[in-house]
Design a protein around this ligand. Structure first.
Ligand code: C5P
Length: 216
């Protein structure tokens, strides 16, 4: 509901698809106070959502680390680049030789860093997989130390650049398949799972009014 007196404080990051915006919209609709940290995209900010725009993975890391201190739930939806050029070119690179190589260095893992904070919020991440979804997702949940992982099969009209998606969601003591549907409906269903697990693991009283519609 919109009337939540003590809203769940909610942070979502997002890079290029529409899933992050759908999740942020569903959380705001459910009564949470939402901050959306977004990479460069041309998508309208959902009603009631506070948006912070960033360009690079390093900027997203900094913005998330600053905002997360006052957050109950962090959902990491952004497909963050794993590597960045070691030495960014100040100008256009001229085609002088037949081959060039770029040295790349690792970007920090934002989700793992949030999950490792001493006073970490409830954390949920995504895992885009093309194969062995179940084992890869569970491994990822444990490796990053997060409370929940939403795995999605990418390719064949699903995932990135698609209106529809399906998720297989894992947490410590359970899992649930959310079958193929539109991203808005899927985001609401995911939010309900997050609210349930957040309630179990943390603050019962905060979730009483936090309930996303799972239809329409
Ligand atoms: O390891 P992988 O990139 O498959 O994990 C995906 C999850 O980790 C997503 O939730 C994504 O938002 C998050 N991630 C991150 N920072 C990175 C890379 C991924 O927060 N540098």
């Amino acid at each position: 509901t919109r009337e939540a007196i003590d809203p769940v404080r909610f942070l979502s990051n997002h890079s290029s698809g529409r899933m992050g915006f759908a999740v942020a919209a569903a959380a705001a609709e459910a009564g949470a106070a939402v901050t959306l940290i977004s990479g460069p995209v041309s998508l309208a900010t959902p009603p009631g959502v506070q948006r912070i725009d960033v360009e690079s993975a390093a900027d997203m890391y900094a913005a998330v680390m600053q905002a997360v201190t006052s957050t109950d739930i962090f959902i990491s939806v952004a497909a963050v680049a794993d590597y960045r050029p070691a030495v960014p070119a100040p100008q256009k690179i001229k085609k002088e030789s037949a081959e060039i190589s770029l040295d790349l260095i690792r970007n920090p893992d934002i989700l793992a860093a949030v999950a490792a904070l001493p006073d970490a919020p409830f954390t949920a991440g995504f895992a885009a997989e093309t194969e062995s979804i179940v084992s890869n997702a569970q491994d990822k949940r444990l490796a990053k130390g997060v409370d929940m992982i939403a795995a999605n099969r990418v390719g064949a009209g699903l995932g990135f650049n698609s209106e529809e998606n399906a998720l297989h969601v894992f947490w410590e003591k359970g899992e649930q398949v959310l079958p193929v549907t539109g991203k808005v409906k899927l985001a609401r269903q995911l939010l309900n799972l997050i609210a349930e697990q957040f309630q179990r693991s943390h603050h019962q009283e905060k979730v009483i009014k936090f309930n996303a519609k799972d239809s329409a």
